[in-house]
Design a protein around this ligand. Sequence first.
Ligand SMILES: [Zn+2]
Length: 251
Amino acid sequence: MAQYTTKALIIGIKNWGEADKIITLLSPERGRIKAAAFGCRRPKSILAGSLQMFNHVEVQIREGEKLDTVKSCSLLQVYRIMSSDFQAMAYGAFVAETASKLAIENFPQQDMYNRLLDIFAAFGGRNPRVAALAAAYQLLEYSGMQMNYQYCGECNCELQEDGFFSFEAGGALCGRCASAYRQKLGEQEAFPYGSEVRAFILQLLQLDWHSKPAFSVSGRVLVAAESLLLRYLHHIFEKPLKSLEFIRQIG
Ligand SMILES: [Zn+2]
């Protein structure tokens, strides 16, 4: 069986069997990788220390017919805040789960990987709730499932005022197109999308992880941008993310 080595970020871990784990990784060349790490919950396992959530690692994977296996793993970077601060951990888990669902197997994800490295490295210095929101909006841009936030999906005009939003239409709709849309497909197909929410989402998409955060946002706009994102993720994944329960518990 073939064997390969890749750098990767650990974006999911599940206990499995008596002493094993199933690890989900994001690799720049191979996208999402799922592999078993046998024996790694035993205290003496050489894999135990490095195979932890959010770690940046270099792994050696052996491909199997049914299941790939982690043969060795060396640690490149630990993002300490993610394992020491409860809030950062919960929101970080949401970012990781979003990446894990959006990433494709056996498909290069260099851009998503680079962005996730920036996000994990910057997570500590930021409000975790806003950072997680920006991260999820940005990761969507690399998934092929991104939406239009600025231009009407029907007539392509740039939205200037309040508009509407429809997942079916791929995002924003101007007032005129939205009323035609709502008449044709029903009121619930397009919901109001305020200009402040739009401006905030555009800021999140452009958030630079290398410089200090420099914007403020009202609670109302934050909640609206969050609710739009969560509704959309629910729409594409067809069920709520598991990490949301964890966030609710610490909230
Ligand atoms: Zn339009």
